[in-house]
Design a protein around this ligand. Structure first.
Ligand SMILES: NC(=O)c1ccc[n+]([C@@H]2O[C@H](COP(=O)([O-])OP(=O)(O)OC[C@H]3O[C@@H](n4cnc5c(N)ncnc54)[C@H](OP(=O)(O)O)[C@@H]3O)[C@@H](O)[C@H]2O)c1
Length: 177
């Protein structure tokens, strides 16, 4: 069965965005390493579908660039009625059932983009298979957590072969859930 993989970056104290949703700290030029994309393009080859919470989707739309995943099947989750677009399909009800069915369909793996609320929903439902987490060497002190407070305790297993320390201080770890 295809896997659902959360591929995401977080501050060392576990936040994925500032309290207002800003991710400027993630794109600080001082972290650039020429010709290094931290495994992103290789990861993209392994997936054909994305899952996003509505807040994350709205943030992506605000990036002032074309929609970044036009060739993928993109699902956005919202509890209110939303109009599908050429790039995304909205899912309102029965999120867990919907994703269970999606996993059973043939295809490549599925990228859970985030954010913290949707991450918690999938974790609690036992639908998350792996996490590829890139820790950024910064303490934010406050912000939007990697998993919202609805998340239940869950032990992870480190996949020892798939961890990498980059020379800019990024630490990428892969967990099986
Ligand atoms: N650091 C990174 O790599 C990274 C990656 C991804 C996201 N982010 C950041 O994460 C932040 C957003 O995270 P977040 O936790 O605030 O929000 P989120 O999970 O992206 O979206 C929350 C919204 O998704 C919908 N939703 C969530 N769970 C649902 C469910 N079970 N059923 C139906 N709809 C559901 C609801 O939309 P409605 O309100 O429309 O009902 C909810 O308000 C953004 O600032 C983004 O930039 C960072």
């Amino acid at each position: 069965m295809r896997k659902i993989i959360l591929y995401i970056a977080a501050s060392t104290d576990g936040y994925i965005a500032r309290p207002d949703g800003n991710i400027d700290w993630l794109h600080d030029k001082k972290y650039n390493i020429p010709d290094e994309d931290f495994g992103y393009s290789a990861f993209l080859q392994t997936i054909d579908t994305t899952l996003m919470g509505h807040t994350t989707y709205k943030q992506v739309l605000g990036f002032d660039m074309p929609f970044p995943y036009p060739d993928l099947k993109n699902y956005v989750f919202s509890r209110s009625a939303q109009q599908d677009t050429v790039h995304v399909t909205f899912v309102r009800d029965g999120v867990v059932d919907f994703i269970e069915r999606l996993k059973e369909q043939p295809g490549k793996d599925i990228w859970l983009i985030g954010g913290g609320q949707l991450n918690a929903t999938l974790l609690n439902a036992g639908l998350l298979d792996e996490i590829i987490l890139t820790y950024i060497p910064i303490i934010l002190g406050k912000g939007i957590p990697l998993f919202s407070e609805e998340a239940e305790e869950h032990k992870l297993k480190l996949i020892p072969t798939d961890n990498k320390l980059y020379r800019n201080g990024f630490l990428q770890v892969r967990y099986s859930c």
